[in-house]
Design a binder for this molecule. Sequence first.
Ligand SMILES: Cc1cc2nc3c(=O)[nH]c(=O)nc-3n(C[C@H](O)[C@H](O)[C@H](O)COP(=O)(O)OP(=O)(O)OC[C@H]3O[C@@H](n4cnc5c(N)ncnc54)[C@H](O)[C@@H]3O)c2cc1C
Length: 359
Amino acid sequence: MKNYDVIIIGGGAIGSSIAYSLSKRKKRVAIIEKQMIGSGASSAAAGLLGVQAEWDAEDPLFHLAQQSRRLFPKLQEEIRTLSGIDIGYEQKGILRIAHTEQELARIHDIMNWQSACGEVCEAMTMAQVQQIEPAVSSKLYGGVFCRDDGHVLAKDLTKGYAASAAALGCAIYEHTEVTQIIEQQGEVCGVQTTAGMLETKQIILATGASNQTLQQHFEIEAIPVKGEVVCLHSYEPILQVPLFRERFYIAPKRGGHYVIGATMKRGDVTKHVEAASVQHLLNQAFELVPALQQATFKTSWAGLRPDCSLERPLMAQHATTKGLWCAVGHYRNGILLSAITGEYMANQLEEVTNTCNYV
Ligand SMILES: Cc1cc2nc3c(=O)[nH]c(=O)nc-3n(C[C@H](O)[C@H](O)[C@H](O)COP(=O)(O)OP(=O)(O)OC[C@H]3O[C@@H](n4cnc5c(N)ncnc54)[C@H](O)[C@@H]3O)c2cc1C
């Protein structure tokens, strides 16, 4: 029977990043993925590394997110060298836009506490916003330029982690589902999969929004929050940096693509895109950037963000079963947090003290 130091269930950004970190530390790792690498939420994501854009209040996860974002420049080089995959990392900032005076005051307050935490952010009048992005409507109220934020191509990042782990010896089982975790006397000893049994003393659940395996073992529930996205295309450049307004964004991607997202439908586990959602997203986009009305409709998609009943990620060992770990619940920011999650989990498995203060 095949034997690994660590078996990771789930080949999304989280599982693949952990596999990469452990493979760098010379562990014999396997990823077991029931579909294909990156076929869950990780390929639906806009790829924003939005520490400043996403956090409205300071919490321990904010500091972890800061650490994670700092890892991307080096990660881009490592992944390119090991796998040839370009993760599309760009650090041009994110423009947070206000559509009312109250919203402007709110994002200024956020800017103040973030600046005190070392973030570089800058309050901007509408004229200053339009100096950076002339296509933004002058009917808005100004904004904050979040200079340290950036973005990646989420699907390429996920494949990049997995391919880099594979280059270092990690085994990847696609189209293989884990159907049972096998325990003996309070310790894990292997997994039963649709392709047979595999032995290990360490198992990490990185199963995203799926509850099947998680709920059997941990007393938490994964809560899927469906997000629908629209993608437009324009040969004429319209925007340089992502725009963010409350939880809505327009992210310019390579090749003239504009990713517009995303709806938030808690508990909806379907993957189709409703016509009304397309209309809603496009209306918001046109209000913010009227020139997008001349772009071509390219495609739309949906994915399930993995929230969890704890309302924060769980990255820990099971309370009573030795060798059973969990890394789930990264919700809206799993792409951003993937880099630090890999290192954080690898440190925990190796019993190395984490420098990041997240419990
Ligand atoms: C529309 C949308 C936009 C988003 N935008 C951003 C963004 O801009 N920035 C950001 O940081 N985050 C964003 N996110 C969130 C981000 O996508 C998620 O937090 C992240 O992808 C979660 O990764 P994961 O590996 O936990 O889950 P997933 O990518 O869902 O991976 C879990 C994997 O586990 C597999 N699996 C489950 N059970 C089993 C089993 N029993 N056996 C084998 N395999 C199994 C599944 O098939 C799946 O591939 C967005 C999400 C959505 C939906």
